[in-house]
Design a protein around this ligand. Structure first.
Ligand code: ADP
Ligand code: MG
Length: 257
């Protein structure tokens, strides 16, 4: 994944207002199978950036490319997952996972097989026939991941997928996602507000500036065992990086602050 000098401007909000620049001079790349997190102040253009990579939006300037090919629209090699699970309430978990495959030329039994394989990978086999309201928030996010992975993407884009969950469910899910993603060799871009999560999950962290967003810092996490975020976050190295990120994002850590 490669972004070169990307800018995205939106029309001004009122007639005659100047255009509004969400991101500018945005450049970075992500290697194959690498897990990169992006942190940055709210409103700095993180979701805008993911939409550009997903091909749901086009840059005003610059270039976005995947596997050396410029992104010009939605692409089946990209899986996209948001904070809201967007599961269809009238479909079972299995039928939700099958949903993304319905546009493909694929027999019903092949579709079913593929969906069941993803449910197994996301440890949801026993919930296949339940409806979204019958499972927990964490299970719903796992179902959303299964649906994302069912299309067999090379790249997954995760926009704050854990931020609506309670602290304990979040830890369990981080571990579950990390294991699934590491074992499938996916190239991953995670947007998160949670600095510990960024350290726990990724190979590299990119820090974005205030709007218009661009990358102002890059940190190599340098911790082993990406499939075990809980063990990673307990290391002194993780603590140092989180402290450093607080500083980079101008979050005051003094006791009297
Ligand atoms: P983040 O995800 O970092 O919180 P966003 O990428 O959602 O930020 O938004 C960045 C800025 O761009 C915000 O000020 C937002 O209001 C604005 N923005 C996002 N999408 C649009 C759009 N389609 N039209 C106009 N403004 C937008
Ligand atoms: Mg956002």
């Amino acid at each position: 994944m490669e972004l070169q000098d990307v800018a995205r401007r939106f029309p001004g909000r009122t007639v005659g207002a100047p255009p509004f620049t969400a991101v500018r001079n945005l450049s970075f790349d992500v290697r194959r199978s690498e897990f990169v997190s992006i942190v940055g102040p709210s409103g700095c253009g993180k979701s805008t950036l993911l939409n550009l990579v997903a091909g749901l939006d086009r840059p005003s300037e610059g270039r976005v490319a995947l596997n050396g090919v410029e992104v010009s629209g939605p692409n089946s090699s990209v899986g996209f997952m948001l904070q809201k699970d967007l599961l269809l309430p009238w479909r079972t978990v299995l039928h939700n996972v099958e949903f993304g495959l319905e546009a493909r030329k694929m027999s019903g039994s092949e579709r079913r097989q593929r969906a069941m394989r993803e449910l197994e990978r996301c440890r949801l086999t026993e919930f296949a026939d339940r409806y979204p309201y019958q499972i927990s928030g964490g299970q719903r996010q796992r179902a959303a991941l299964a649906r994302t992975l069912a299309i067999d993407p090379d790249v997954v884009l995760l926009d704050e997928p854990f931020s609506a969950l309670d602290a304990q469910t979040k830890l369990v899910l981080q571990k579950s996602f990390a294991g699934t993603i590491a074992s499938s060799g996916l190239t991953t871009l995670l947007i998160t507000h949670d600095l510990s999560e960024a350290v726990a999950m990724s190979d590299r962290i990119l820090v974005m500036s205030d709007r218009p967003g661009r990358i102002v810092e890059e940190i190599e996490v340098g911790l082993p065992d990406r499939d075990n975020p809980i063990a990673r976050v307990a290391t002194p190295r993780a603590g140092e990086i989180v402290k450093h990120l607080f500083h980079s994002l101008h979050i005051d850590t003094r006791e009297d602050a």
